[in-house]
Ligand binder design. Structure first.
Ligand code: 4NP
Length: 166
């Protein structure tokens, strides 16, 4: 029985990327991680803690920097984080501490709280760094957050490959 369990394939992993508006940072995180994990049994989605942009396309500046890197995020639409997301996803990554606290406030049990992480802690554990909100800044901010998110998603992919024995 132990041997059978050892060889049983890992179940699908579901990952949710969360920012405030779900139009700048988390759509990029969804697009980048989905692209990196095409060969793995992983579902990636994104959401915002505010409902201010529900149904909107990602910010054109996020679409542009994604396109420059060969990733199409144009079909994504913003949605608001729901209580059920805490149950339904295996891991939830917040872009900054404000998002992190807002997600935790929706969690109803310690098990769901444990699913919530700051994205950049994947790169610099326990440093609690933020992916800065680029919304009110210029294009350069979008290039910078792309690099930060890409680095973190590379780490997540590498860890998933180990878990999946790929
Ligand atoms: P996001 O960026 O949280 O990365 O999607 C923002 C988008 C919109 C606003 C703030 C941040 N806003 O204030 O409308």
């Amino acid at each position: 029985m132990k041997i059978l369990l050892f060889f049983s394939p890992m179940k699908e992993q579901t990952i949710l990327m969360v920012c405030l508006g779900n139009i700048c940072r988390s759509p990029l995180a969804e697009g980048i991680l989905s692209e990196k994990c095409k060969h793995l049994n992983v579902i990636v989605d994104s959401a915002g803690t505010s409902g201010n942009h529900i149904g909107e396309k990602p910010d054109p500046r996020s679409v542009h920097v994604a396109t420059l890197n060969g990733i199409d995020i144009g079909d994504q639409r913003a949605r608001k984080l729901m209580k059920s997301d805490l149950e339904n996803f295996d891991k939830i990554y917040a872009m900054d501490s404000s998002n992190f606290n807002n997600i935790l406030n929706l969690a109803e049990n310690p098990e769901d709280k444990k699913k919530v992480h700051l994205l950049l802690n994947e790169v610099a554990p326990k440093e609690n760094k933020a992916v800065p909100d680029p919304y009110f800044g210029g294009d350069q901010g979008f290039n910078e957050i792309y690099k930060l998110i890409d680095e973190a998603c590379e780490m997540i992919k590498n860890n998933l490959e180990k878990e999946f024995h790929v």
